[in-house]
Ligand binder design. Structure first.
Ligand code: ZN
Length: 94
C-alpha cells in the first residue's frame, strides 16, 4: 500500500516537467503564449568603455557586461517561470 502511494506521488511531481522535440517552439505551459518572453538576469554589472574624441565627444568602445547571479526566463504574457527552456532559448537566439 505504501509502495503505490509513493509512485503516485512521483507522477504528480513529474507532471510539470515538459520536454520538447527539437523542432518545436517554446510555448508557455500556463497560458499558451509562444510570442513574447522575458529574460531576467540577477546581479548584473554593466561596464561600458568610452573613448573621448579630440573634439570632446565620446564614442562607445565596447560593452562589457557581467552576469553574477542567475538568469531566469519568463513568459512575457503571464509571467510563468520558463527557466527550464532557457537553454533552448539561447540555442535559438540569433
Ligand atoms: Zn504564460
Amino acid at each position: 500500500m505504501s509502495y503505490s502511494d509513493a509512485s503516485n506521488l512521483n507522477k504528480k511531481t513529474r507532471s510539470k516537467v515538459v520536454t520538447l522535440p527539437s523542432t518545436q517552439r517554446i510555448t508557455c505551459h500556463e497560458c499558451g503564449n509562444k510570442k513574447e518572453f522575458l529574460e531576467v538576469s540577477d546581479g548584473v554589472i554593466l561596464t561600458t568603455r568610452f573613448i573621448q574624441n579630440k573634439d570632446g565627444s565620446f564614442s562607445q568602445e565596447l560593452d562589457d557586461s557581467q552576469v553574477l547571479g542567475q538568469v531566469k526566463f519568463y513568459c512575457g504574457d503571464c509571467g510563468a517561470d520558463l527557466t527550464q527552456f532557457h537553454k533552448r532559448f539561447l540555442e535559438m537566439l540569433f
